[in-house]
Ligand binder design. Sequence first.
Ligand code: FES
Length: 146
Amino acid sequence: MDTEGVQEVAGLLKDLPAERGQLLPALWRVVEHYHALTPALIGAVSEVLGVAYAEVYGVASFYTLFDNIEGTTPVHICTDVMCALQGAEELKAWAEQAAAGLPITVKESACLGQCDHAPAAWIGQKILRRATPQVVQEAVKAVHHG
Ligand code: FES
């Protein structure tokens, strides 16, 4: 990432102390802002927080919700127990169909904390509760168009 890009990330994280303990909030902000966590963004976070790239990468790749090093827009479909019982696999298939040919990666997610409203999905900035195939397909297309 060029100097300008690193400065943009620095602006995004300006109120966070530059320390390892701020990795999770920093990564959340970057993902929310860029809808991706590319190697370049990981490098920028590393530089801004003064934490080794390998360590930032390790945290980013450990948490599946951050795991987006391919740089596509992630669509998370919860496939944990409650959502599995409410048709998560079918929902995932519908999401994959809607995402076909788009720079979107449909991922299985662990529990999104919405068990009472299963099945759940996290698309763009929104958590979808009691998600239906139609709602998921519309959300996938909307996240692509911004
Ligand atoms: S199991 Fe899907 S939100 Fe909890």
